[in-house]
Design a protein. Structure first.
Lengths: 672, 164, 74
């Protein structure tokens, strides 16, 4: 075994959509791990790459256009570079978008990081008619530039080799960004004041000076806590006033200066003019005034048919598999308590199976979504849907989780990360459970078929519509009351379209799918265990019973019955609803057990016992009330607060109760 | 590309026609079962079913119509000598291929779904048949095949989209 | 000078003024929209966000923001 002589720490930084993830995946392969940045809901990807006798630890920083303090991604990126001090920062730059990409490059240089630029998408730049003089660019910036074509792994070896070289050398040759002399003199003034304090031990002096002039709130706050910082800040306001009187807003001046510098560099290093690209042509069709939304809906429908029908055999297979395992292990331990709990028809193994049989569906959905994300279509979808969504108080990007909710609310809630505005995001998270997920569809279809005959389809459809209508109503209410705020500015970049990578889609599908699997598995297991115990324990003797009518859970149901009298429920429906709290998939099976019949007969049995309108009301309650516990866990994780999670649960139950009651009143009023 | 416009007109017409048929069939099956109206099938009778099989689903029909409209607009722009027609042609082709693939996936999934119990030695009572399949060989597959040669008209654009 | 929202398709304009709070201006600057930048209007027909080309990349902006950016047509 070779001795590892050196451990090199590298960070990947760059604009969104430049191919950073592809490079990260190519370098780390299976030696990667996806987690969260501590305390934030932003993905953290880290991994390892072996180069000769060196281990390179790579962190994929969130994609950012800049390094201000305005977004959590930018703060994460720059704090990592400042405090974790990576040996090298690999700045991935999109060659077909050089002008804007260099804006970040300049800021990284100012931070003082040792940079190696990966000039990616060289093939695309070429196709677009651009000719880049890489050597000249290297000279102008003073940092190494390695052209790459990420999907074909071109240039990656050279990139790593150069990175190691730079990491091990002690020189830093990056040019210092010189601003126009009028501003430079103020920067130097600030620099000299800062150098007299302790600040210089922690941060790069020049970077602090520039950031202070840019009114960076994060830097200002940090400086105020360092010895000597107060004095610096005092002097700063003096300087800022001076600049504003003589030259104008310092922030704008500095940004302009950067862009001027970039323009100058570009004029010396890039030749050629961009032609009308295939991407533009596609966009004219995709964003067509009349066909844009229909095309979007078509693609959506496609994704769902693909995911639902394509995964069906795997879902059925998994479901049957667990039934098989459960039934063949029946009576294994000889202890009725454990046997029933674990292997019984409504026990843990089969309950787990019912839920895990959903995993193929979710994987397929994620796969289809990843394909469209990778192709570049998703941003267009958000664009096309933004206006109709705005009318309903939601942002355009909310459409993605709203659609994913049709498969399962859990991944949908994770998907709300793509919504940049915190309030928009919260609204999206809180309203998502109202969307009919796949589990509810199964339940509704079975019951509707027994109760409503040929109109079953309509009944189920109306439940879907009810869900969406409620989403919009609740969103509007939230947006006008507790989550009041101006809708965030809609600014989104359209990356060039590209053929989506199968590999990338599979990786993403696996990442997210297995996350769901682990979460769901653990949470549901506990839930099943609890209600399983409650169902087989006699309420009075606390001994095993295989008669659910005498169990603790039925006692609970009977206890709450008075509350549900206006809704026409009996204790069995309450118990079924409690089961539904754990997972909607098991409601049918649980009801069957409570009535002592098989799952195939339960629907018909219920048809003979309940009034269709009452049952429809019950279904509307199931549609709107608290989501399953996995969803609750997801809400807690993505909002980071118990307050909002409890709110989601409580308002759901109340809303469901009211709507159920209204349905009964209106229904019986019309039909008697 | 003088060959383009007659072909795209035909393709667009086919998508819209079968789309309408599916919508009609869907209405009849889902919402008007009491009227006793008959569903429409326009195709070759083979293996106990029609090819293409216009299965009754209004949403499927609506989206077929959308594809037809995309091809229609491509034709319209071509006549107006507007370069932008190529974008619509490409998008139309991509959607057509997507539907074709979907149809194939549906059939494969149905077959898998029928025969997987064999994995643990269980008997399969009712085998899979084309006639018994919910989709069968639907317009998605048939018209998709007809539309696939459009590839040659948009080949260069596709090449631009492939990395490297 | 006209608001960006009124710039006709396929025409270009230079940004001469941005009316907005610090956050908005900063955000736009980061994306490359600064004073003096050349913008090419790709799509603005119909309601909803507009699509522009700036510094070689394509950016979609909400109409509200587009009305806060003032350009001089060239």
């Amino acid at each position: 075994m070779a001795t590892i002589r050196k451990f090199i720490k590298v960070a990947l930084a760059g604009n969104p959509n430049v191919g950073k993830s592809v490079i990260f995946n190519n370098l780390t392969g299976s030696r990667q791990h996806v987690g969260n940045w501590p305390g934030k809901t932003v993905d953290k990807k880290e991994g390892f790459h072996r180069y000769k006798d060196k281990e390179i630890y790579i962190v994929d920083l969130p994609g950012t256009y800049s390094l201000t303090a305005l977004s959590v991604e930018e703060v994460i990126a720059r704090e990592y570079i400042i405090y974790e001090k990576p040996d090298v920062v690999i700045n991935i730059v999109d060659a077909s978008n050089l002008e804007r990409n260099l804006y970040l490059t300049l800021q990284l240089m100012e931070l003082g990081a040792k940079i190696v630029v990966a000039l990616n998408k060289m093939d695309l730049a070429e196709k677009e008619g651009l000719i880049i003089d890489v050597d000249r660019l290297e000279n102008e910036l003073g940092i190494p530039i390695i052209p790459t074509v990420a999907p074909k792994k071109i240039g990656l070896d050279k990139l790593i080799k150069k990175t190691v070289e730079v990491a091990e050398s002690h020189k830093y040759s990056g040019k210092i960004i010189r601003y126009p002399s009028e501003i430079e003199k103020y920067i130097r003034l600030l620099e000299s004041i800062i150098s007299e304090t302790e600040i210089k031990r922690i941060y790069r002096v020049r970077w602090v000076a520039v950031k202070l002039l840019e009114n960076d709130s994060d830097v200002i706050e940090k400086i105020s806590k360092v010895e000597g910082g107060e004095k610096v800040l005092e002097k700063l306001s003096e300087i800022r006033r001076d600049i504003e009187n003589k030259l104008g807003d310092p922030e704008i001046l500095i940004a302009d200066a950067r862009y001027e510098l970039i323009k100058d560099i570009i004029s010396k290093t890039v030749k050629g003019v961009k032609k009308l690209t295939a991407s533009d042509l596609i966009d004219h069709a995709i964003l067509d005034k009349y066909l844009g939304i229909p095309i979007f809906l078509t693609i959506l429908w496609w994704m769902f048919q693909f995911a639902f029908i394509g995964s069906a055999p795997f879902c059925d297979f998994l479901g049957d598999l667990f039934v098989y395992i459960g039934t063949s292990l029946e009576g294994l331990t000889g202890i009725p308590y454990i046997d029933y709990l674990l292997f019984g028809e409504y026990g843990i193994i089969q309950g787990l199976g019912a839920i895990l049989s959903f995993v193929p569906l979710i994987m397929m959905l994620y796969f289809a979504l990843a394909l469209f994300e990778d192709s570049g279509y998703m941003s267009r979808a958000a664009f096309v849907m933004d206006r109709p969504m705005k009318k309903l108080g939601l942002s355009g990007r909310t459409i993605v989780p709203m659609i994913m909710g049709l498969g399962c609310n859990v991944p949908a809630i994770y998907a709300t990360r793509i919504i940049p505005d915190e309030r928009d995001r919260l609204v999206a998270i809180l309203t998502n459970p109202l969307i009919t997920c796949g589990a509810r569809l199964v339940l509704f279809s079975a019951i509707a078929a027994a109760f409503f005959g040929p109109f079953a389809g309509d009944a189920v459809l109306s439940l879907y519509l009810l869900g969406y209508v409620m989403v919009f109503l609740v969103a509007i209410v939230l947006r006008n009351t507790i989550l009041r705020g101006r809708p965030s500015p809609f600014v989104i970049e359209f990356p060039v379209y590209q053929k989506p990578s199968f590999k990338v889609a599979v990786v993403r599908m696996w990442d997210r799918g297995s996350l769901f699997f682990k979460k769901a598995g653990s949470v549901i297991l506990i839930g099943l265990l609890v209600i399983g115990l409650l169902t087989i324990t006699d309420a009075s003797t606390f001994m095993f019973t295989d008669n659910p009518e005498t169990s603790i859970i039925s006692a609970i149901g009977r206890f709450f019955q008075p509350i549900f009298v206006p809704l026409g429920w009996d204790w069995r429906l309450i118990v079924a609803a409690i089961f539904g709290f754990v997972a909607k998939e098991i409601v049918l099976g649980a009801s069957a057990m409570l009535y002592g019949v098989g799952e195939a007969e339960i629907a018909d049995m219920m048809a003979s016992m309940y009034d269709p309108i009452d049952i429809f009301g019950y279904l509307t309650f199931i549609q709107l009330y608290i989501p399953c516990i996995v969803t609750i866990a997801a809400i807690k994780q993505e909002t980071g607060s118990w307050r909002w999670t409890i709110f989601a649960v409580v308002y759901g139950i109340i809303l469901a109760y009211i709507v159920n009651w209204l349905v009964l009143i209106i229904g019986h009023g019309i039909f008697g | 590309m003088k060959i383009v416009y007659p072909v795209t007109i035909v393709i667009s017409f086919l998508y819209i026609l079968y789309g309408l048929i599916q919508v009609y069939n869907g209405f009849v099956e889902w919402w008007l079962p009491w009227t006793g109206l008959e569903k429409i099938q326009l195709g070759v009778k083979l293996a106990g079913t029609y090819i293409p099989n216009s299965f009754p689903e209004p949403f499927s029909g609506i989206f077929l119509i959308v594809i037809g409209l995309v091809f229609l607009k491509a034709t319209y722009l071509y006549f107006k000598r507007d370069e932008k027609y190529r974008g619509y042609l490409l998008v139309g082709w991509i959607l057509a291929i997507m539907m074709l693939v979907l149809n194939v996936v549906v059939i494969l999934a149905d077959i898998l779904d029928t025969y997987y119990p064999l994995l643990w030695g269980e008997e399969v009572e009712e085998g899979w048949t084309l006639a018994g399949d919910a989709w069968g060989i639907a317009p998605h597959l048939v018209i998709g095949v007809i539309a696939s040669p459009i590839y040659f008209a948009v080949k260069d654009l596709i090449r631009e989209l492939i990395p490297g | 000078m006209t608001p960006l929202g009124y710039l006709p398709e396929c025409r270009s304009g230079v940004i001469i003024y941005i009316r907005g709070g610090r956050g908005l201006v900063r955000r736009l600057m980061d994306m490359g929209l600064t004073l003096g930048t050349l913008i090419h209007m790709i799509k603005s027909s119909g309601p909803g966000p507009i699509l522009i080309e700036v510094r070689g990349s394509r950016i979609a902006l909400g109409r509200g923001i587009a009305m806060k950016i003032f350009v001089k047509e060239v």
